[in-house]
Design a protein around this ligand. Structure first.
Ligand code: PMV
Length: 372
């Protein structure tokens, strides 16, 4: 299906004002997205667990304005005006305007807050962009329903279409954000391994998943809370002309073939092996790009080595993954929580900045809070 399906028929901005709120979670990739083409099309497919506790809560208030000559909006984080967020949102509005024709008709007040500290090194772009996309979708839904009530002819606005378009829009804000709308396992990027997969939006993983993966825990160790030295936009671009890019992209497809029977059979050992290999491959791509860079810190490696030793000693199913940063996500099944959390507290927290870590777990997607 092409992106044309997300361009609505013409409708009028018949509503004068309103307010919508959504909360949307972060997600953690198991097979990583790294490298993109024009218009936020991924170079390879990825799959993630949606998280539960790390989320963004966004309220968008809208009021009709006189002129449609420009976008008009203001942004607040934790009640404080954030003009430095505006360029990213302006670019997002430009990209999605063709799909949301009401954007120039209103002034928007965007108020946002995260359940995790802003400067925690946890990317807020996935939860933030998906929450904003969902708010805009709720406004479009209100407008289309108002138009339909007056006898217009837009398609019925069912939940599947709503979620798909929200994911499509979120992707245009930040690629991985398209995997945050629903849960618990979301695939993004066309691959013949996954029926229904698309480069344009995330889809629910459509095959059998063993009970072992149903209540996975993710304890996030905050190793370095500072700004990343290299943004993910720059990192993605460095995959162009990267000497290993072609093999890496092929490997991501192949890893879906490996992952499918693992998810079906509940093979935790093989799952951990694949997940850790993906994390280290992501960082290997960074180290072998030109210019090269390293986002892991000495404490990242300390933690990884301790996890490996602990796993060997106890045979518990503890594994790690990394995003484009120094923080370590520790994944494990819920029934092993007591021993693993004790190990984390006793041995790993010392390697976190100010001893900070976040306990999260698999979640099931975004939630509408207010629609008025
Ligand atoms: O969505 P972006 O452009 O911030 O890219 C995120 C990429 C990784 O987090 C490193 C991997 C992934 O698939 O989430």
């Amino acid at each position: 299906m092409a992106q044309q399906q997300f361009i609505p028929k013409k409708y009028n901005s018949t509503i004068d004002s309103g307010k919508v709120s959504w909360e949307s979670p972060s997600n953690i990739a198991l097979i990583k997205y790294w490298g993109k083409k024009k218009d936020q099309i991924p170079e390879n497919p990825s799959i993630s667990f949606t998280l539960k506790n790390c989320k963004t809560i966004t309220t968008v208030s809208f009021s009709k304005k006189e002129t449609q000559a420009y976008f008009s909006f203001e942004v607040f984080l934790d009640g404080e005006k954030k003009d430095d967020f505006k360029p990213k949102i302006e670019t997002f509005f430009e990209r999605v305007e063709v799909y949301l024709p009401f954007l120039r008709a209103y002034h928007f007040k965007i108020e946002t807050e995260n359940t995790f500290p802003h400067s925690s090194g946890i990317a807020s772009s996935a939860s933030g962009m998906s929450a904003l996309a969902l708010c805009l979708m709720s406004i479009e839904k209100q407008l289309i329903e108002a138009n339909n009530a007056l006898g217009a002819v837009e398609r019925p606005f069912n939940e599947a279409y709503f979620n798909q378009k929200a994911s499509f829009l979120a992707r245009l804000g930040s690629g991985s954000a398209c995997r945050s709308i629903e849960g618990d396992l979301i695939v993004w990027g066309k691959t013949k391994q996954i029926e229904g997969s698309s480069d344009l939006f995330g889809v629910k993983y459509p095959y059998k998943v063993h009970g072992n993966f149903k209540d996975f825990q993710d304890t996030i160790l905050l190793v370095d809370k500072g700004e990343k030295q290299v943004s993910s936009t720059v990192g993605h671009n460095l995959m162009h002309n990267h000497p290993y890019a072609k093999n890496r992209f092929r490997q991501a497809h192949d890893n879906f073939e490996t992952l499918k029977p693992i998810l079906e059979s509940g093979n935790l050992k093989a799952f951990i092996q694949l997940m850790e290999s993906e994390a280290l491959t992501l960082h290997a791509m960074m180290m072998t790009s030109m210019p090269y860079f390293i986002l892991m810190k000495p404490n990242t490696l300390e933690i990884i080595n301790k996890i490996w030793k602990f796993r060997q000693k106890t045979n518990l199913h503890i594994g790690f993954t990394l995003d484009a940063g120094a923080n370590v996500h520790i994944l494990y099944p819920k029934n092993e929580t007591a021993k693993i959390l004790e190990f984390i507290k006793n041995e790993l927290v010392a390697h976190c900045q100010n001893g900070h870590y976040i306990c999260d777990q698999i979640g099931f997607g975004a939630r509408l809070i207010k629609n008025e």
